[in-house]
Design a protein around this ligand. Structure first.
Ligand code: ADP
Length: 368
Protein backbone atom coordinates (compact mmCIF):
# COMPACT_ATOMS: atom_id res chain seq x y z
CA UNK A 1 0.00 0.00 0.00
CA UNK A 2 1.07 3.52 -0.72
CA UNK A 3 0.56 6.83 0.99
CA UNK A 4 -0.87 9.14 -1.66
CA UNK A 5 -1.12 12.90 -1.22
CA UNK A 6 -3.18 15.34 -3.27
CA UNK A 7 -2.68 19.06 -3.61
CA UNK A 8 -4.36 21.92 -5.50
CA UNK A 9 -2.12 24.66 -6.84
CA UNK A 10 -2.25 27.82 -8.97
CA UNK A 11 -5.57 29.51 -9.78
CA UNK A 12 -8.64 27.88 -8.23
CA UNK A 13 -11.23 26.26 -10.48
CA UNK A 14 -14.66 24.73 -9.86
CA UNK A 15 -14.28 20.94 -9.83
CA UNK A 16 -11.00 20.94 -7.90
CA UNK A 17 -12.92 19.77 -4.83
CA UNK A 18 -14.53 16.97 -6.83
CA UNK A 19 -11.06 15.96 -8.01
CA UNK A 20 -9.63 15.94 -4.47
CA UNK A 21 -12.64 13.95 -3.25
CA UNK A 22 -12.25 11.35 -5.99
CA UNK A 23 -8.49 11.01 -5.37
CA UNK A 24 -8.92 10.58 -1.63
CA UNK A 25 -11.71 8.07 -1.96
CA UNK A 26 -10.10 6.12 -4.81
CA UNK A 27 -6.86 5.92 -2.80
CA UNK A 28 -8.69 4.61 0.27
CA UNK A 29 -10.74 2.21 -1.87
CA UNK A 30 -7.50 0.78 -3.28
CA UNK A 31 -6.11 0.14 0.18
CA UNK A 32 -3.85 3.19 0.37
CA UNK A 33 -3.67 5.97 2.90
CA UNK A 34 -4.79 9.35 1.56
CA UNK A 35 -3.38 12.74 2.49
CA UNK A 36 -4.15 16.31 1.51
CA UNK A 37 -1.48 18.98 1.30
CA UNK A 38 -3.10 22.27 2.28
CA UNK A 39 -2.26 25.64 0.63
CA UNK A 40 -0.48 24.29 -2.44
CA UNK A 41 3.30 24.09 -2.56
CA UNK A 42 3.66 26.47 0.36
CA UNK A 43 2.01 23.79 2.56
CA UNK A 44 4.53 21.28 1.29
CA UNK A 45 7.45 23.61 2.03
CA UNK A 46 6.12 24.39 5.54
CA UNK A 47 5.16 20.77 6.27
CA UNK A 48 3.93 19.26 9.50
CA UNK A 49 0.49 17.98 10.47
CA UNK A 50 -1.12 21.38 9.97
CA UNK A 51 -0.35 21.30 6.25
CA UNK A 52 -0.04 17.59 5.44
CA UNK A 53 -3.15 15.91 6.81
CA UNK A 54 -4.36 12.37 6.54
CA UNK A 55 -7.84 12.37 5.01
CA UNK A 56 -10.62 9.88 5.65
CA UNK A 57 -13.65 8.94 3.59
CA UNK A 58 -15.97 11.30 5.45
CA UNK A 59 -13.61 14.26 5.34
CA UNK A 60 -14.59 14.98 1.74
CA UNK A 61 -18.31 14.39 2.08
CA UNK A 62 -20.25 17.13 0.29
CA UNK A 63 -17.26 18.28 -1.77
CA UNK A 64 -18.44 17.00 -5.14
CA UNK A 65 -20.30 20.12 -6.25
CA UNK A 66 -18.54 22.84 -4.27
CA UNK A 67 -16.61 25.53 -6.14
CA UNK A 68 -13.09 26.68 -5.29
CA UNK A 69 -10.77 24.37 -3.41
CA UNK A 70 -11.35 23.49 0.24
CA UNK A 71 -7.71 22.45 0.78
CA UNK A 72 -6.54 25.88 -0.35
CA UNK A 73 -4.23 26.95 -3.11
CA UNK A 74 -1.33 29.39 -3.30
CA UNK A 75 1.45 30.77 -5.40
CA UNK A 76 4.72 29.77 -3.74
CA UNK A 77 8.04 31.37 -4.62
CA UNK A 78 10.02 29.13 -2.25
CA UNK A 79 9.13 26.02 -4.28
CA UNK A 80 10.83 27.57 -7.30
CA UNK A 81 14.11 27.45 -5.34
CA UNK A 82 16.04 24.25 -4.71
CA UNK A 83 16.12 24.80 -0.93
CA UNK A 84 12.31 25.07 -0.95
CA UNK A 85 11.98 21.79 -2.81
CA UNK A 86 14.48 20.20 -0.43
CA UNK A 87 12.34 21.29 2.54
CA UNK A 88 9.26 19.92 0.74
CA UNK A 89 11.05 16.61 0.15
CA UNK A 90 11.97 16.28 3.84
CA UNK A 91 8.42 17.15 4.92
CA UNK A 92 6.95 14.55 2.60
CA UNK A 93 9.31 11.87 3.86
CA UNK A 94 8.56 12.78 7.48
CA UNK A 95 4.85 12.42 6.70
CA UNK A 96 5.54 9.10 4.94
CA UNK A 97 4.15 10.23 1.57
CA UNK A 98 5.32 8.29 -1.48
CA UNK A 99 3.15 9.65 -4.29
CA UNK A 100 1.84 13.11 -5.10
CA UNK A 101 -1.07 14.13 -7.31
CA UNK A 102 -1.18 17.82 -8.22
CA UNK A 103 -4.30 19.48 -9.61
CA UNK A 104 -3.34 22.80 -11.18
CA UNK A 105 -2.25 24.66 -14.28
CA UNK A 106 0.90 24.32 -16.37
CA UNK A 107 3.04 26.16 -13.79
CA UNK A 108 2.02 23.77 -11.02
CA UNK A 109 2.62 20.73 -13.19
CA UNK A 110 6.04 22.03 -14.26
CA UNK A 111 6.95 22.34 -10.58
CA UNK A 112 5.71 18.79 -9.90
CA UNK A 113 7.78 17.27 -12.69
CA UNK A 114 10.89 19.18 -11.65
CA UNK A 115 10.39 17.93 -8.09
CA UNK A 116 10.20 14.34 -9.27
CA UNK A 117 13.29 14.71 -11.49
CA UNK A 118 15.27 16.21 -8.61
CA UNK A 119 13.98 13.79 -6.01
CA UNK A 120 16.91 11.30 -6.09
CA UNK A 121 19.48 14.06 -5.55
CA UNK A 122 17.32 15.74 -2.88
CA UNK A 123 17.01 12.56 -0.79
CA UNK A 124 20.68 11.74 -1.26
CA UNK A 125 21.62 15.13 0.13
CA UNK A 126 19.13 14.82 3.02
CA UNK A 127 20.57 11.39 3.85
CA UNK A 128 24.18 12.52 3.66
CA UNK A 129 23.53 15.47 5.95
CA UNK A 130 21.72 13.22 8.44
CA UNK A 131 18.32 14.88 7.97
CA UNK A 132 16.65 11.58 7.09
CA UNK A 133 17.47 8.06 8.30
CA UNK A 134 18.87 5.30 6.11
CA UNK A 135 15.51 3.53 6.47
CA UNK A 136 13.67 6.61 5.19
CA UNK A 137 16.19 6.96 2.37
CA UNK A 138 15.67 3.35 1.30
CA UNK A 139 11.88 3.63 1.46
CA UNK A 140 11.63 6.81 -0.60
CA UNK A 141 14.05 6.27 -3.47
CA UNK A 142 11.49 7.35 -6.07
CA UNK A 143 8.58 9.79 -6.10
CA UNK A 144 5.57 9.02 -8.26
CA UNK A 145 3.67 12.05 -9.38
CA UNK A 146 0.66 12.67 -11.59
CA UNK A 147 -1.02 15.86 -12.78
CA UNK A 148 -4.68 16.64 -13.27
CA UNK A 149 -5.62 19.87 -15.02
CA UNK A 150 -7.51 22.43 -12.99
CA UNK A 151 -7.96 25.68 -14.92
CA UNK A 152 -10.97 27.77 -15.88
CA UNK A 153 -9.28 28.96 -19.09
CA UNK A 154 -9.05 25.61 -20.89
CA UNK A 155 -5.54 26.68 -21.82
CA UNK A 156 -3.68 23.35 -21.64
CA UNK A 157 -2.42 21.38 -24.61
CA UNK A 158 -3.07 17.64 -25.05
CA UNK A 159 -6.50 17.70 -23.45
CA UNK A 160 -9.90 18.75 -24.79
CA UNK A 161 -11.06 20.25 -21.51
CA UNK A 162 -9.60 21.30 -18.17
CA UNK A 163 -11.41 20.87 -14.87
CA UNK A 164 -13.40 24.07 -14.30
CA UNK A 165 -13.68 25.47 -17.80
CA UNK A 166 -17.29 24.40 -18.37
CA UNK A 167 -18.36 25.76 -14.97
CA UNK A 168 -16.75 29.08 -15.75
CA UNK A 169 -18.34 29.13 -19.19
CA UNK A 170 -21.76 28.41 -17.65
CA UNK A 171 -21.25 31.29 -15.19
CA UNK A 172 -20.31 33.70 -17.98
CA UNK A 173 -23.34 32.67 -20.03
CA UNK A 174 -25.63 33.08 -17.04
CA UNK A 175 -24.22 36.58 -16.38
CA UNK A 176 -24.72 37.52 -20.03
CA UNK A 177 -28.30 36.18 -19.89
CA UNK A 178 -28.91 38.56 -16.95
CA UNK A 179 -27.37 41.45 -18.85
CA UNK A 180 -29.42 40.58 -21.94
CA UNK A 181 -32.66 41.29 -20.10
CA UNK A 182 -31.67 44.77 -19.04
CA UNK A 183 -29.93 45.52 -22.35
CA UNK A 184 -33.07 44.53 -24.21
CA UNK A 185 -35.28 46.64 -21.96
CA UNK A 186 -33.26 49.82 -22.47
CA UNK A 187 -32.02 49.00 -25.99
CA UNK A 188 -28.50 49.28 -24.62
CA UNK A 189 -25.15 47.95 -25.73
CA UNK A 190 -22.94 46.06 -23.26
CA UNK A 191 -19.25 45.43 -23.61
CA UNK A 192 -18.36 42.44 -21.45
CA UNK A 193 -14.84 41.60 -20.37
CA UNK A 194 -14.17 37.92 -19.71
CA UNK A 195 -11.04 36.16 -18.45
CA UNK A 196 -8.39 34.85 -20.84
CA UNK A 197 -4.99 36.57 -21.21
CA UNK A 198 -3.69 34.28 -23.91
CA UNK A 199 -6.51 31.84 -24.42
CA UNK A 200 -9.81 32.96 -25.93
CA UNK A 201 -11.70 29.71 -25.36
CA UNK A 202 -14.06 31.18 -22.73
CA UNK A 203 -14.77 34.29 -24.83
CA UNK A 204 -15.30 32.34 -28.03
CA UNK A 205 -17.57 29.69 -26.51
CA UNK A 206 -19.53 32.34 -24.57
CA UNK A 207 -19.94 34.25 -27.83
CA UNK A 208 -21.49 31.21 -29.50
CA UNK A 209 -23.62 30.27 -26.49
CA UNK A 210 -25.09 33.77 -26.05
CA UNK A 211 -25.15 34.84 -29.71
CA UNK A 212 -23.00 37.87 -29.02
CA UNK A 213 -22.84 40.45 -31.81
CA UNK A 214 -19.04 40.62 -31.91
CA UNK A 215 -16.05 39.36 -29.95
CA UNK A 216 -12.33 39.84 -29.49
CA UNK A 217 -9.85 37.10 -28.47
CA UNK A 218 -6.07 36.97 -28.07
CA UNK A 219 -5.32 34.29 -30.67
CA UNK A 220 -7.03 35.71 -33.69
CA UNK A 221 -7.19 39.41 -34.36
CA UNK A 222 -10.06 40.61 -36.55
CA UNK A 223 -9.09 39.98 -40.16
CA UNK A 224 -10.49 43.41 -40.95
CA UNK A 225 -8.00 46.21 -41.11
CA UNK A 226 -10.17 48.41 -38.98
CA UNK A 227 -12.20 46.42 -36.45
CA UNK A 228 -14.30 49.46 -35.61
CA UNK A 229 -15.68 49.70 -39.19
CA UNK A 230 -16.43 45.99 -39.25
CA UNK A 231 -18.00 45.89 -35.80
CA UNK A 232 -20.18 48.95 -36.52
CA UNK A 233 -21.34 47.45 -39.81
CA UNK A 234 -22.42 44.22 -38.09
CA UNK A 235 -23.99 45.86 -35.05
CA UNK A 236 -25.86 48.34 -37.25
CA UNK A 237 -27.14 45.49 -39.46
CA UNK A 238 -28.38 43.59 -36.38
CA UNK A 239 -30.11 46.71 -35.09
CA UNK A 240 -31.68 47.35 -38.53
CA UNK A 241 -33.23 43.87 -38.31
CA UNK A 242 -34.93 44.86 -35.08
CA UNK A 243 -32.48 43.63 -32.44
CA UNK A 244 -32.90 45.78 -29.33
CA UNK A 245 -29.59 44.95 -27.65
CA UNK A 246 -25.94 44.64 -28.47
CA UNK A 247 -23.43 42.38 -26.74
CA UNK A 248 -19.70 42.56 -27.45
CA UNK A 249 -17.38 40.16 -25.63
CA UNK A 250 -13.76 41.13 -25.03
CA UNK A 251 -11.22 38.62 -23.66
CA UNK A 252 -8.59 40.16 -21.36
CA UNK A 253 -5.81 39.60 -23.90
CA UNK A 254 -7.80 40.74 -26.96
CA UNK A 255 -5.92 42.32 -29.83
CA UNK A 256 -6.67 44.21 -33.06
CA UNK A 257 -5.34 43.42 -36.54
CA UNK A 258 -2.43 45.83 -35.97
CA UNK A 259 -1.66 43.63 -32.91
CA UNK A 260 -2.34 46.38 -30.38
CA UNK A 261 -4.58 45.54 -27.40
CA UNK A 262 -8.33 46.11 -27.68
CA UNK A 263 -9.89 47.24 -24.39
CA UNK A 264 -13.53 47.47 -23.35
CA UNK A 265 -13.10 51.24 -23.19
CA UNK A 266 -11.99 51.32 -26.87
CA UNK A 267 -15.02 49.27 -27.90
CA UNK A 268 -17.42 51.35 -25.84
CA UNK A 269 -16.11 54.61 -27.33
CA UNK A 270 -16.68 53.33 -30.86
CA UNK A 271 -20.24 52.16 -30.08
CA UNK A 272 -21.07 55.51 -28.48
CA UNK A 273 -19.34 57.82 -30.97
CA UNK A 274 -20.18 56.06 -34.21
CA UNK A 275 -23.55 54.39 -33.51
CA UNK A 276 -24.85 56.60 -30.72
CA UNK A 277 -25.63 53.56 -28.57
CA UNK A 278 -26.16 53.89 -24.83
CA UNK A 279 -23.24 51.64 -23.87
CA UNK A 280 -22.09 50.13 -20.56
CA UNK A 281 -19.06 48.07 -19.64
CA UNK A 282 -19.36 45.02 -17.40
CA UNK A 283 -16.20 43.31 -16.19
CA UNK A 284 -17.24 39.90 -14.94
CA UNK A 285 -14.04 39.41 -12.90
CA UNK A 286 -13.85 36.74 -10.20
CA UNK A 287 -17.53 35.87 -10.49
CA UNK A 288 -16.29 33.70 -13.36
CA UNK A 289 -14.39 31.43 -10.96
CA UNK A 290 -17.16 31.07 -8.37
CA UNK A 291 -20.14 28.89 -7.71
CA UNK A 292 -20.80 25.17 -7.94
CA UNK A 293 -19.14 22.95 -10.50
CA UNK A 294 -21.42 22.05 -13.43
CA UNK A 295 -22.20 18.36 -13.99
CA UNK A 296 -19.52 18.02 -16.68
CA UNK A 297 -16.76 19.27 -14.37
CA UNK A 298 -17.93 16.99 -11.55
CA UNK A 299 -17.81 14.00 -13.85
CA UNK A 300 -14.50 14.98 -15.47
CA UNK A 301 -12.87 15.65 -12.10
CA UNK A 302 -14.14 12.37 -10.64
CA UNK A 303 -13.07 10.18 -13.55
CA UNK A 304 -9.70 11.91 -13.73
CA UNK A 305 -9.19 11.55 -9.98
CA UNK A 306 -9.67 7.79 -10.17
CA UNK A 307 -7.37 7.62 -13.21
CA UNK A 308 -4.71 9.66 -11.37
CA UNK A 309 -4.65 7.21 -8.45
CA UNK A 310 -4.26 4.30 -10.89
CA UNK A 311 -1.45 6.18 -12.63
CA UNK A 312 0.60 6.73 -9.46
CA UNK A 313 0.02 3.14 -8.36
CA UNK A 314 1.33 1.88 -11.70
CA UNK A 315 4.14 4.44 -11.95
CA UNK A 316 7.79 3.36 -12.14
CA UNK A 317 11.00 5.43 -12.30
CA UNK A 318 11.18 4.62 -16.03
CA UNK A 319 7.71 5.95 -16.96
CA UNK A 320 7.63 9.73 -17.55
CA UNK A 321 5.24 11.60 -15.24
CA UNK A 322 1.70 11.38 -16.59
CA UNK A 323 -0.98 14.01 -16.87
CA UNK A 324 -4.61 12.85 -16.98
CA UNK A 325 -6.44 14.21 -20.04
CA UNK A 326 -9.72 13.86 -21.85
CA UNK A 327 -9.41 13.40 -25.59
CA UNK A 328 -12.43 12.60 -27.74
CA UNK A 329 -14.39 11.73 -24.61
CA UNK A 330 -11.85 9.24 -23.32
CA UNK A 331 -9.84 9.66 -20.14
CA UNK A 332 -6.21 9.07 -21.12
CA UNK A 333 -2.67 9.52 -19.77
CA UNK A 334 -0.36 11.90 -21.59
CA UNK A 335 3.28 12.73 -20.81
CA UNK A 336 3.10 15.75 -18.53
CA UNK A 337 6.35 17.29 -19.78
CA UNK A 338 5.23 17.24 -23.41
CA UNK A 339 1.87 18.77 -22.57
CA UNK A 340 3.51 21.57 -20.59
CA UNK A 341 6.09 22.19 -23.31
CA UNK A 342 3.44 22.44 -26.02
CA UNK A 343 1.27 24.69 -23.86
CA UNK A 344 4.18 27.03 -23.25
CA UNK A 345 5.09 27.11 -26.97
CA UNK A 346 1.50 28.01 -27.91
CA UNK A 347 1.38 30.75 -25.26
CA UNK A 348 4.76 32.06 -26.41
CA UNK A 349 3.64 32.10 -30.07
CA UNK A 350 0.53 34.06 -29.09
CA UNK A 351 2.56 36.47 -26.95
CA UNK A 352 4.90 37.10 -29.87
CA UNK A 353 1.87 37.42 -32.19
CA UNK A 354 2.90 34.51 -34.40
CA UNK A 355 -0.66 33.25 -34.88
CA UNK A 356 0.11 30.90 -37.75
CA UNK A 357 2.60 29.12 -35.50
CA UNK A 358 0.14 29.01 -32.60
CA UNK A 359 -2.52 27.46 -34.84
CA UNK A 360 -0.15 24.87 -36.32
CA UNK A 361 1.07 23.95 -32.82
CA UNK A 362 -2.53 23.48 -31.69
CA UNK A 363 -3.31 21.44 -34.78
CA UNK A 364 -0.29 19.23 -34.09
CA UNK A 365 -1.72 18.29 -30.70
CA UNK A 366 -4.00 15.53 -31.76
CA UNK A 367 -2.02 14.04 -34.62
CA UNK A 368 -1.09 10.50 -33.68
P1 ADP B 1 -0.71 27.54 -12.63
O1 ADP B 1 -0.43 26.21 -12.04
O2 ADP B 1 -2.17 27.88 -12.57
O3 ADP B 1 -0.10 27.70 -14.00
P2 ADP B 1 1.43 29.17 -11.46
O4 ADP B 1 2.18 29.28 -12.74
O5 ADP B 1 1.28 30.39 -10.63
O6 ADP B 1 -0.07 28.64 -11.67
O7 ADP B 1 2.13 28.04 -10.60
C1 ADP B 1 1.66 27.72 -9.31
C2 ADP B 1 2.82 27.37 -8.40
O8 ADP B 1 3.55 26.25 -8.95
C3 ADP B 1 3.88 28.46 -8.27
O9 ADP B 1 3.53 29.43 -7.31
C4 ADP B 1 5.09 27.66 -7.83
O10 ADP B 1 5.04 27.35 -6.47
C5 ADP B 1 4.92 26.37 -8.63
N1 ADP B 1 5.72 26.48 -9.88
C6 ADP B 1 5.37 27.07 -11.05
N2 ADP B 1 6.37 27.00 -11.96
C7 ADP B 1 7.38 26.35 -11.34
C8 ADP B 1 8.72 25.96 -11.72
N3 ADP B 1 9.19 26.22 -12.94
N4 ADP B 1 9.48 25.30 -10.82
C9 ADP B 1 9.01 25.03 -9.59
N5 ADP B 1 7.78 25.37 -9.17
C10 ADP B 1 6.98 26.02 -10.01
Amino acid sequence: AKNIAVMTSGGDAPGMNANVRAIIRAAIYKGCKAYAVYEGYSGLVKGGPEYIREMHWNDVRGWLAEGGTNIGTARCMEFKERWGRSAACKNMIDAGIDALIVCGGDGSLTGADLFRAEWPSLIKELHETGKITTQQYENHKHLNICGTLGSIDNDMSLTDATIGCYSSLARICKAIDYIDATANSHQRAFVIEVMGRHCGWLALMAGIATSADYLFIPEKPSSHKDWSDHMCEIVAAHRARGKRKTIVIVAEGAIASDLTPVTCEDVKNVLVDRLGLDTRITTLGHVQRGGNAVAYDRILATMQGVAAVDAVLEGTPEIPSPMISIIENKIVRKPLVEAVKLTKSVAEAIRSKDFAKAISLRDSEFVE
